[in-house]
Design a binder for this molecule. Structure first.
Ligand SMILES: Cc1cc2nc3c(=O)[nH]c(=O)nc-3n(C[C@H](O)[C@H](O)[C@H](O)COP(=O)(O)OP(=O)(O)OC[C@H]3O[C@@H](n4cnc5c(N)ncnc54)[C@H](O)[C@@H]3O)c2cc1C
Length: 305
């Protein structure tokens, strides 16, 4: 998951190794960037936008769409994420050798927007387990960090050094007549990036599941997009099949579809199964990615992979 999105629900991709030509380049396409929080902005009850800045981000070559990257966060009390030596081959092995209580937290996130001069990246974090009524320990370290982030907080990103990189998953093939998009709140930033990128004239239908009505956002696109928002309610668990049920009940356009589905693994699996088995979608025309799995932390997913 560190350098590219998972392609199997709940699976994690390999973390790349360095290139012999440039020790700063990882897996041929990625590079480490030091950055800091510039500002934070609460988008709604669930999502908070964190804007990262820093001179190195001028070289961050986002490919747009669902461009993901690896985010390294400090442990509580640390001034910066601890990554012993991040040059070339072997950084991942060296990072793993750091004692867990000191090791930088590694999580996958998506670029929601990028700007130059000053070089800035917006990243939208879905907060979970950080509310006043949530039990202690319910939040993962990234959610906890995002809920408390403030200007100046230091992070490290492992992101694209080239715009055409493997961490962009949304790639409709030539001959696509229309696009189906489905996401929960963790993949809403990626879906927003895809809508920003879709050219005028493209037909798209999108389903987006969020916990609260106030999480619904205005999403711009040059494409002809019909968006259905599904609000599951504060108590409802995501991944209970609401996305698949909503698509099952919908009338889909004729022609060759390309589908992009991301969110909780179980929900992604259920919708993909529906599209393949009941709608006859070509498996090769479905890009699907488990962004998280209920009851399983990203470390546990990485260990399984
Ligand atoms: C390619 C990719 C791109 C991603 N982009 C984004 C993004 O832009 N924004 C974003 O918010 N997330 C994004 N995610 C998902 C994010 O990486 C996970 O939600 C991650 O688990 C959060 O880390 P954590 O430390 O908060 O929780 P973890 O320590 O990983 O997990 C702790 C517990 O919380 C549960 N959990 C994790 N996420 C959620 C959630 N959202 N709601 C409820 N329970 C949860 C886990 O199942 C586990 O039980 C992306 C994931 C991938 C693979």
């Amino acid at each position: 998951m560190a350098t590219e999105p998972a392609t199997e629900p709940g699976a994690v991709a390999d973390v790349g190794v360095g290139s012999a030509d440039d020790p700063g380049i990882v897996a041929g396409q990625f590079r480490f960037f030091d950055a800091h929080v510039v500002r934070t902005h609460r988008l709604g009850p669930t999502l908070t936008r964190i804007t990262f800045g820093g001179g190195q981000l001028a070289g961050f070559a986002s490919g747009g769409r669902d461009q993901s990257f690896s985010l390294f966060l400090p442990r509580p009390g640390q001034p910066a994420p601890l990554l012993p030596d991040r040059t070339g081959d072997g950084w991942y092995r060296r990072w793993r050798l750091v004692p867990p209580e000191q090791q930088a937290v590694l999580r996958s996130y998506t670029v929601r927007a990028q700007r130059a001069e000053p070089a800035e990246l917006d990243v939208d974090f879905a907060l979970h387990g950080t509310g006043p009524d949530d039990p202690a320990g319910a939040a993962g370290p990234a959610s906890r960090w995002a809920a408390q982030a403030s200007p100046g907080d230091r992070v490290v990103l492992l992101g694209p050094a080239v715009a055409d990189n493997r961490s962009v998953g949304f790639r409709p093939p030539p001959g696509t007549d229309w696009v189906l998009l489905a996401a929960d709140e963790t993949a809403l930033p990626a879906l927003g990036g895809i809508l920003d990128w879709l050219p005028a004239g493209t037909k798209a239908k999108a389903w987006i599941e969020v916990p609260h009505a106030q999480d619904v956002q205005d999403l711009a696109s040059a494409a002809e997009v019909e968006i259905t928002w599904l609000v599951r309610g504060a108590e409802g668990p995501s991944g209970d099949g609401a996305l698949a049920d909503a698509v099952r009940a919908a009338e889909l356009p004729p022609g060759v579809p390309y589908a992009w589905i991301a969110g909780e693994s179980g929900a992604v699996k259920a919708l993909r199964r529906h599209l393949v088995r009941e709608r006859g979608f070509d498996r090769g025309n479905i890009e699907f990615s488990g962004y998280w799995r209920r009851g399983t932390s990203e470390e546990q997913l990485r260990a399984e992979a």
